[in-house]
Design a protein around this ligand. Structure first.
Ligand SMILES: Nc1ncnc2c1ncn2[C@@H]1O[C@H](COP(=O)(O)OP(=O)(O)OP(=O)(O)O)[C@@H](O)[C@H]1O
Ligand SMILES: [Mg+2]
Length: 428
């Protein structure tokens, strides 16, 4: 486990999703992460997890950052940004390095990881993460943390996550246009997993499935390491479009119907339940059986879980996921999602809420906030890792996960904080 930052640093996670931008501001101290402020703003600038309109995205980021910093009482300068989209790929790689002093040091680990990332990558792609799965020291394998072990040869198996450079650059460009510095660009499902998984689940094997508006993200943990990650470009918005087309109702009404009356499994809906469907273009609303709505939703949800199952089967790791599946992302709030997932995936399923944080957690209590909270946890670990490395490895490059330094964030004037307290009083 990477140590957390030691004293009072402000860390900001910025989840730029297909339906919303969510900025989470936290103070990281010792082992604890305290949420100080949250800004959530609808966003129409992305398509299927990829920035498609810079201006719209910038506007949503600005608004989300503004409300998060007002609530938190700090000026936000640096953020950890999430990235998703079907362009993300992961592949296996490995590396070997000599153990310089007979005992593995942090420097040896950095060198072996640098070796593992030295594989040819297409010119239009960049490496986002080098995720160690296991280390070997001489003939001993299955090692999680090799530092301090005696030997002459250090090996590592990693999962390399790459992204289209243009997509990553657009995320950075949007943040920079808001006057922000991007400390790191983090794969969204990696952040979500950080927020919702327990160490035990990671250890015995688990799949995280984050079903957002535009994408369904998959991440597999096996033996405590990340074994696979991929992004499927289908999500809750496809369900909404199906409803809009099937019931001939506007998208906004289709989304409302889905949230209020939708169900993923038709057989969970009683035959006599009715809903009112608003018409398009001035047509009067009409009544229809709730079963009709679930009959539209069910095939799309089935498709999503069937693709997830196929992806898991293709990795050959299905049997190693003893802890089953953790569902997260806003679309899993749809009634019947866990039950349907259990049927199709043939594994135990639970809904994952963000955990392991203190402060105003009620504002991020929902599966749709897993990525935002996870980005903060990722940032806290990156800062902690960097702090731990500082005295010993002055001559080696910093860890990949914490290449970009977190700048300290300035306090904002007292007058602006008072706005936050007024808001809190009004809200609770
Ligand atoms: N109560 C609910 N019932 C059903 N669906 C819901 C509910 N609440 C939210 N959703 C759906 O969840 C989706 C948004 O989820 P989320 O906020 O996780 O997505 P996002 O992070 O913006 O998108 P992505 O991660 O795909 O880029 C939308 O399709 C929305 O309609
Ligand atoms: Mg999301």
């Amino acid at each position: 486990m990477i140590p957390a930052a030691s004293q009072g640093e402000i860390v900001v996670g910025l989840d730029i999703g297909t339906t919303k931008v969510c900025a989470v501001v936290a103070e990281v101290e010792g082992d604890g992460i305290t949420i100080l402020g949250v800004g959530i703003v609808p966003c129409r600038g992305l398509r299927k997890g990829i920035v498609a309109n810079i201006d719209w995205t910038v506007r949503s980021i600005k608004d989300a950052i503004e409300s998060a910093q007002t609530m938190a009482g700090v000026e936000i300068r640096t953020i950890y940004a999430g990235i998703g989209g079907g362009h993300v790929r992961s592949s296996a790689s490995d590396g070997v390095a000599a153990i310089a002093g007979g005992e593995v040091t942090r420097g040896d680990v950095e060198r072996v990881l640098e070796g593992a990332r030295a594989i040819p990558v297409d010119a239009d792609r960049q490496i986002l993460h080098v995720l160690p799965r296991e280390y070997t020291v001489d003939s001993q394998d299955g090692i999680r943390d090799p530092i301090g072990m005696a030997g002459v040869r250090l090996g590592v198996k990693v999962n390399l996550v790459t992204a289209a450079t243009s997509c990553a650059q657009n995320v950075i460009r949007c943040a920079e246009r808001c006057g922000l510095t991007v400390a790191d660009v983090v794969l969204q499902p990696l952040a979500s997993a950080e927020a919702v998984l327990s160490d035990d689940e990671k250890e015995i094997g688990v799949a995280v499935v984050d079903i957002g508006g535009g994408t369904t993200d998959l991440l597999l943990y096996v033996d405590g390491g990340i074994a696979h990650t991929s992004v499927i470009p289908v999500g809750g918005n496809n369900i909404t479009s199906d409803i809009a087309a099937g019931l001939r109702t506007p998208m906004a009404e289709a989304d409302r119907l889905k949230r209020l009356s939708g169900c993923a499994l038709g057989r969970m809906v009683a035959d006599d339940e009715e809903i009112e469907v608003p018409g398009v273009g001035g047509h009067a609303p009409r009544k229809c059986a709730r079963r009709v709505l679930s009959d539209i939703i069910e095939p799309r949800v089935e498709e999503i879980f069937a693709v997830v199952r196929k992806r898991i089967e293709d990795t050959g790791l299905l049997e190693q996921l003893s802890a089953g599946v953790v569902l997260t992302g806003g679309a899993v709030l749809l009634q019947g999602m866990s039950e349907f997932a259990e049927e199709i995936l043939g594994m135990p399923v639970r809904v994952g809420m963000p955990t392991g944080v203190k402060g105003i957690t009620q504002l991020v209590h929902g599966p749709e906030y897993a990525t935002g909270v996870g980005l903060v946890k990722y940032g806290a670990q990156a800062i902690g890792a960097e702090a731990a490395a500082r005295p010993t490895v002055a001559s080696v490059p910093p860890p990949a996960a914490s290449r970009a330094r977190m700048q300290s964030q300035a306090e904002i004037p007292e007058a602006r904080k008072s706005g936050f307290w007024d808001w809190i009083k009004a809200a609770f």
